[in-house]
Ligand binder design. Structure first.
Ligand code: AMP
Ligand code: MN
Ligand code: MN
Length: 331
């Protein structure tokens, strides 16, 4: 793994841009913010340049980092960068409107990631490990190996990364080393209850109301173990919330006894349909998502497809039924 090569990019005075996937999540943002704090500890300044803006839920991560989130000027900043680090991304396409800028930047593009499957990225050192629960876990390893001091603000951000990508340490990606990394972070000063309050208990009232609307749409095919929910068109606007407020809803579909695969369908602003896939046991939803140009992890994957809600549902549900028919079940 390319830890020394990545660490060598971080030189005082160089312009370092950190970036993550569209609709950034707790792992992408927590990894970025954690890395910014760790780099400050060794005298290196980095900025964050994401393709889409930070959801309100994670704004608290930036409260002590004024001016670091330059996502609004991302193209300009990336063109001036001496090095770019892409986090929680396996493929350039996940950078949305920044894909071409990063592809043509001509500077090293390091990648720190935990997704499965091949992807295409520009040249640069790679620290990729699909057995890591979160990209944040890899940042903890990087800090240990490079000998960077773990500060309390870095630890808080990286803990957010671990908590969000493991569903609060409940998913099967929670391994001994994940919990050891979390223990190191708590030792470094994380207020775990405050993280819970910031991430999960600071919701706009529209979030539970949206949940209620989406759960009304639950359909279960018991014989196949397939469940899905659909975001009613216009629901986000009606409740004054953003796509981040959908996070975790698909888990309710997965939670039903006998379900082996769960999906959430929603219309995206660009006219495409986003499908979130989750599985139980040995059903590989990353492989299913890849058939349609998406990706992710064995038990949590996603894809965005052109077409109407109805046509994408028909396409994906048929593919899911075939995949479930082929898979043998062992939870
Ligand atoms: P989500 O359903 O958005 O929570 O995403 C679950 C997992 O699938 C995450 O690891 C994402 O990085 C990945 N993923 C989501 N959407 C896509 C997509 N359009 N292309 C590739 N991977 C995706
Ligand atoms: Mn992510
Ligand atoms: Mn992740």
């Amino acid at each position: 793994m390319a830890i020394p090569e990545i660490a060598q990019l971080f030189v005082p005075g160089k312009r370092i841009c950190l970036t993550t996937h569209v609709n950034p999540d707790g792992d992408g943002l927590g990894s970025e913010v954690g890395l910014v704090h760790l780099l400050r500890g060794i005298g290196v300044d980095a900025i964050i340049t994401n393709p889409t803006s930070t959801p309100d839920r994670f704004a608290f991560l930036f409260s002590d980092l004024p001016g670091v989130d330059r996502s609004a000027q991302a193209v300009k900043e990336l063109r001036r960068a001496d090095a770019i680090v892409v986090l929680d991304i396996a493929d350039l396409s996940r950078l949305g409107i920044l894909s071409s800028t990063v592809k043509d930047c001509g500077v090293p593009v390091a990648c720190i990631d935990h997704h499965v499957g091949p992807g295409v990225l520009p040249d640069g050192p790679r620290f990729v490990d699909p057995t890591a629960a979160a990209t944040g876990e890899l940042i903890v390893m990087l800090a240990r190996e490079a000998g960077w001091p773990m500060t309390a603000p870095a630890a808080r951000a990286l803990y957010v990364a671990l908590v969000t990508d493991t569903g609060g340490f409940r998913f099967s990606n929670t391994r001994p080393r994940t919990l050891r990394a979390a223990a190191d972070l708590v030792e470094a000063g994380v207020d775990t209850e405050q993280v819970y309050l910031d991430v999960y208990a600071n919701a706009p009232v529209g979030r539970p109301r949206l949940l209620a609307d989406v759960l009304q749409t639950l359909v279960i095919e018991e014989d196949r173990g397939l469940a899905w929910v659909t975001v009613p068109p216009g629901a986000l606007e009606r409740h004054g919330v953003d796509p981040d407020d959908l996070d975790g809803i698909v888990e309710h579909a997965r939670s039903v006894r006998g379900v082996r695969m769960a999906m959430l369908f929603r219309e995206m602003s660009g006219g495409r349909i986003k499908v979130s896939l989750r599985s139980v046991g040995n059903v590989d939803v990353a492989a299913l998502a890849r058939q349609f140009g998406g990706g992710g992890h064995t038990k949590a994957a996603g894809v965005a497809l052109p077409g109407s809600l109805a046509s994408v549902q028909t396409l994906m549900l048929d593919a899911a039924r075939s995949a479930l028919g082929a898979a043998t079940f062992s939870a």
